[in-house]
Structure formats: C-alpha cells, structure tokens
Design a protein around this ligand. Structure first.
Ligand code: CUA
Length: 303
C-alpha cells in the first residue's frame, strides 16, 4: 500500500479552494477600494481636480505583474490537479465500466460483473470507460471525477475511496429518454468484505452449480426440487423444515439442518423419513469432501 497518494478529491478541492480564495480576496479588496475611493474622492470634497496624472510607470508594472503572478499560481495548481487526475497510482485495481442506453455494468478482471461499482476502501481504482452505443459520461461527484464515454474511444478515470460508504454515480451526458435513469452507486467496502464479494459466485450461478451437482450424482432421480413426491422426500422447502424420522426404530422429530443433511447423505439409514422406504444407498466415499460440503450447503438453503 502507498499511503502517500493524493486522492482525486483532495487534488480537485485544493485547486478549487485556491481559486476560490483568490477570487474572494479580489472581490472583497476591489469592492472595499471602490467604496473607499467613492467617499474619499467624492466631488463635494474635491470640486476641482488637484492634479492630472498622465502616466505612472510603477502602477502600470504593478497591475501587470501582480495579476500575471496570480494567474500563474492558478495555472500551476490547475496543472498539478490535472496531472493528479490523469496519473493513476501504482497498484490500482482495474475495472471496466460499460455504459449503454440506459444502464451501467462494471466488469472486474476475474469476470465478475455488477450494475453497482463495488470497490475496496483505501485502494486506488482505475475505471476504463467504454460506451456501447452513444455518448455517456461517468460522473462521481464525491470523488470529483467526470469523464465522457465516447463509443470507440478508450478513456479512464481513477479514484480512491478513503472511507467505506455509498457514493452516487451519474451519467452526465444527455443520452436519450432514459438518461435520468442512469444512476447507480459506488459501494466502498472494507478490503476483506470486498474480496469476499469479488470471489463469491453470483447467487444464480451458485444455485445452478448446486443443481448440476445433484443431477450428476443421481439425487434428482428420487428427490424432486419442486415438491413432487418421488421415491424419496422432495428437496423443496428443506431449509429448516421439521422432519419426522425413525431412528433406531424410534420415531422422533428433527429440524433439517446441515448436520442432518450431511448424515442423510453419508448414512441414509440412520434417520429414515417416515413414509419413505429405506432404500437410499450411502454416498460415503462416492463424493469428495468438497462435493459433500457443496451439496450440504446447497440443500441447507433449499427453499
Ligand atoms: Cu447515459 Cu446520459
């Protein structure tokens, strides 16, 4: 980590404050001088001019050099701020922002994609800006970044979220009827939470993987997912369901939790659900420990 990074927010705010400060000083100075002069040199006090000045070299030099210096100071900070916005710090995370009429999609290097821009707190993020159709503009006021997204042109912004939180993202280029709907957020998460989010499979993908696993192991030949009664009880609504079982010839009621599900796979005849014949073979040794865990994890959430 490089703690010395000047954030885009700080870079822009610095220029803003300097220009604002100079403008404010000039406004007050000029207005005060004007008021003072109109009183001090009022025609009632000086009905006749006492002298006629033709030129004053010292004054000419002062009012040329001073404003030039002020403008150069503004230029210097403006240029430094521009460089800060364009030079991406080392170690920046890369994300691709795709804009299209009228939504956002953020694509990460590992292939994960999301309509919300999740980022880790404290790490610079470089956002590649890609438009799929017309002109859009990526605008995050909190980080002071705004950049046009031009079809066929590669562009980027970078920023660093210094605090966890939610920050608005707007499209700042009129792009058609849905322009106003192109709103999303940057969600800045603590690094560990971000890592967990980034590596987590999307829910739907996880579900499909679970179903694939059940099918591959032949489970779905006897257990339905939709509540249909087959040779074995359905998996539908298994999560937290109360089950009546026979254990060692004794009836008892259990809650379907991870332990129960695991036991039912490895030792299917330990607890036999009432109303079903004890015909299921044990899957001990037929599943790898990882597959078994995946299966239990999927079933314990089956609704
Ligand atoms: Cu996209 Cu406006």
């Amino acid at each position: 980590m490089t703690p010395q990074i000047l954030s885009t927010t700080a870079a822009v705010d610095q220029v803003f404050l300097i220009i604002f400060g100079i403008s404010l000083a000039l406004l007050i100075g000029i207005a005060a001088t004007m008021v003072y002069f109109s009183i001090r040199y009022h025609h009632r006090r000086h009905p006749q001019p006492t002298s006629q000045a033709r030129s004053n070299l010292r004054l000419e030099i002062t009012w040329t050099v001073l404003p030039t210096l002020l403008v150069l100071v503004m230029f210097y900070y403006g240029w430094a701020g521009h460089l800060a916005l364009r030079n991406v710090p080392e170690g920046a995370m890369q994300v691709k922002a795709v804009a299209r009429m009228w939504s956002w999609l953020f694509v990460y290097e590992n292939g994960r994609s999301s309509p919300t821009l999740y980022v880790p707190v404290g790490q610079p993020v470089k956002v590649r800006l890609v438009s799929e159709d017309v002109l859009h503009s990526f605008y995050v006021p909190a980080f002071r970044v705004k950049r046009d997204m031009v079809p066929g042109m590669d562009n980027y912004v970078w920023f660093i979220a210094e605090e966890a939180g939610s920050y608005h993202v707007f499209c700042a280029e009129y792009c058609g009827t849905g322009h106003a709907d192109m709103i999303t957020t940057v969600e800045a998460l603590p690094p560990a939470d971000f890592e967990a989010w980034l590596t987590k499979l999307p829910v739907e993908e996880e579900r499909l993987r679970g179903v694939d696993l059940l099918r591959a192991q032949g489970c779905l030949g006897c257990h339905s997912l939709d509540g249909t009664r087959m040779a074995g009880p359905s998996f539908k609504g298994l999560a937290g369901r109360e089950v009546q079982v026979i254990t060692d010839g004794q009836e008892r009621t259990l809650r379907a939790d991870a332990d129960y599900i695991r036991r039912s796979i490895v030792e299917p005849n330990a607890d036999v659900v009432i109303g079903y014949p004890p015909i299921m073979p044990s899957y001990a040794g037929r599943l790898s420990e990882e597959e078994l865990e995946d299966m239990v994890e999927f079933l314990v959430k089956a609704d």
